[in-house]
Design a protein around this ligand. Sequence first.
Ligand code: 4AD
Ligand code: MG
Length: 464
Amino acid sequence: MKRQLIKHVLTRRDYGATVTVAGWLRSRRESKGGFSFLLLNDGSCLTELQVVADGTLPNYTDELSHLTTGAALSVTGRLVESPGSGQSVEVHATEVTVHGEADPEQYPLQKKRMSFERLRELAHLRPRTNTFGAVARVRNALMAATHQFFQTRDFVCVHTPIITGSDCEGAGDMFAVSTLDPEHPPRGADGCIDYEQDFFARRTFLTVSGQLEGETHACALGRIYTFGPTFRAENSNTRRHLSEFWMVEPEMAFADLSDDADLAEAYIRHLIQHCLEHCHADLTFFNQWVDQGLLARLAALADAPYHRLSYTEAVDRLLSSGEAFEFPVEWGCDLQSEHERYLTEQVFAQPVIVTDFPEAIKPFYMRLNDDGKTVAAMDVLLPHVGEIIGGSQREERLDVLLERMALKGVDPEAYRWYVDLRRFGSVPHAGFGLGFERMVQFCTGMQNIRDVIPFPRTPRHAEF
Ligand code: 4AD
Ligand code: MG
């Protein structure tokens, strides 16, 4: 079927032209003169196209006059200047084909608004709602903007593995991948499970980050980025944690932490500008229905400078704030969401980059600072979402890396290939990971991360 997208038809002014559109019926209103107004949405944009279906159409009485919300239709007709307010064009149908009806007794998406919680149970149908259609389009725009940003800066996109034997973040919260029979796994003489007999003849997991593998290509191609799914088996039930989420991880050779922070700022600004430019209607919708501060916040952050300060300074700021935090602050603690948001929303009222965290709370690969107590790490904090990016300069000195591995209980044999990068042509290098869903949250104002990924995976939830 040759059809035009509604978003294109709505901008046309060549009245009289014949157009064909197809989509799902949002509503039908019967008018006195024996005809119906059909509001059609095809997902190409937020706005519905108004179709006038005349009572003289051959299938009007039998089919069209019974149409209900959710039915799938294609319409051929004449483009007409719309007399009604709210739209500039409409289509006067000469032919309407009904592809699939939607029984109003059963179809759950009726006119009345549903809670986001309820819609999560309808993840197969929720993209047909205004909100989730808009989320999907903004998410797509952010993905396109990501590739555009890195491609125009000569970063090479690298696909790092999803199944891996390494634990990048060292937190141990990984999903195991195995084809062994869970009821009767083969056991060795010592009674332990014999992974030699597993599919990969070793223990394997779903990756928590593509970084370690990404570094191999940065230390060959210079500048790379990954964009892939990552998995964390942590039992976090918050509005900003998923068990499966997407991460964008650039990595640059011949770069230090300050280059890394510069790249992070430029990337986030680019994402926001791209969204403002390409998703105006969807953002306006979010601003009206989801988060009334959204457009102002995005506009303010499209060019905003970022405040950079060290972890030690950040802790001082939090301690002297007099604020009663749920998690008390002291030097050495990890910053919690409430601390992050307090810094970026209250103290500085701008994006914040916290650098140089205590080495004790960070993974083995981060570069040890001269003070011996902190590492060259950074977290980028945005209002509304808190930590959006985690990154660091990587430890490029072989002896220091081996010491750090020993200290953290990481077996250098298992990471021989990673250590090799420091033995052969080692260079200062740095990179970061941006949590893609948190960025979608930031750009849409959506409160819960489960509503910005099509099929959220969280503890105890993996339907669909
Ligand atoms: O801070 P993280 O754990 O950093 C890394 O994994 C590094 N290896 C990245 C790198 O340097 N290449 O995760 C990076 C970002 C966080 O800042 C956050 O935005 C997001 O990933 N993130 C999550 N998003 C949703 N659900 C979760 N459970 C997340 N965990 C981290
Ligand atoms: Mg982090």
